[in-house]
Design a protein around this ligand. Structure first.
Ligand SMILES: CC(C)(COP(=O)(O)OP(=O)(O)OC[C@H]1O[C@@H](n2cnc3c(N)ncnc32)[C@H](O)[C@@H]1OP(=O)(O)O)[C@@H](O)C(=O)NCCC(=O)NCCS
Length: 219
């Protein structure tokens, strides 16, 4: 695809995705997501030619001006749209398909436990909402959505919606997955642990009563 066609595509996607976009000039001059993608293409070019320092330098200059950090090694498809952008981090071994949308504060990062391919793969048409963290060498399926503020640590199938911490699938192929979702409360591992401890203490108290002879054995 020609250079100018690609630029036109990058601008068109903003009009398609953001109702607030009004003119070409506005998009070219004020959309930091678009600037970050253009600078990433230059950085990625140098990265592939093994000019790692220049590549990294361009990526950091881009970060300074846009607030979006894309490692020059990340592979990004067509019509990638970063809305707002500030605080986005995209790791070196990320692979992003076509027509993917992400919002501000999204991290596509590593867990620190993996080597080699250690960042996520995002398939075509996926959407990752504001503040979501997608960590490790996992795959977010095509047409899937990651809810705002979620932390996703496992593969997400195609056509799914995943929410919560840790992220769990609540919709798949248009059908709600039957599990109670207390979405007014964020999943809290400390709360879960306290509940588990409460159950254990209750069980132990009953066993102690039984041992002391305060409760008759049913058997
Ligand atoms: C996930 C999202 C994309 C919607 O996807 P969807 O497939 O249409 O899913 P639904 O809205 O039907 O929600 C499915 C369930 O997940 C819950 N849910 C949705 N987003 C959630 C979130 N971020 N955290 C926790 N629960 C969430 C819903 O309440 C619903 O629960 P219920 O079945 O008990 O009612 C959307 O909720 C979201 O996060 N949008 C944010 C977009 C964004 O980043 N905007 C910023 C603009 S600046």
């Amino acid at each position: 695809m020609s250079f100018f066609k690609r630029i036109k595509e990058d601008i068109q996607v903003v009009f398609d995705q953001d109702p607030a976009a009004r003119s070409y000039l506005e998009v070219i001059l004020t959309y930091s997501g678009v600037h970050a993608i253009w600078l990433h293409r230059i950085a990625h070019f140098f990265y592939r030619k093994k000019f790692f320092f220049i590549a990294r330098l361009i990526s950091q200059i881009s970060r300074f001006f846009t607030g979006i950090e894309i490692h020059p090694g990340a592979q990004i498809g067509h019509r990638f749209f970063i809305d707002h952008g500030m605080g986005v981090v995209i790791g070196e071994t990320c692979e992003i398909g076509n027509d993917v949308t992400i919002f501000q504060g999204v991290t596509l990062g590593g867990t620190g436990k993996e080597k080699g391919k250690r960042h996520p793969t995002i398939k075509d048409n996926a959407l990752i909402a504001t503040g979501a963290k997608v960590l490790g060498s996992i795959t977010i399926g095509a047409y899937s959505k990651v809810g705002a503020g979620s932390v996703v640590l496992k593969d997400v199938p195609d056509y799914s919606t995943v929410v919560g911490i840790p992220g769990h699938v609540v919709i798949q192929n248009g059908k709600r997955i039957s599990q109670k979702l207390d979405h007014n409360k964020l999943p809290d591992p400390i709360d879960d642990l306290i509940c588990e401890l409460q159950t254990d203490v209750k069980k132990l108290k009953e066993e102690l009563k039984f041992v002391k002879g305060e409760i008759e054995d049913d058997d």
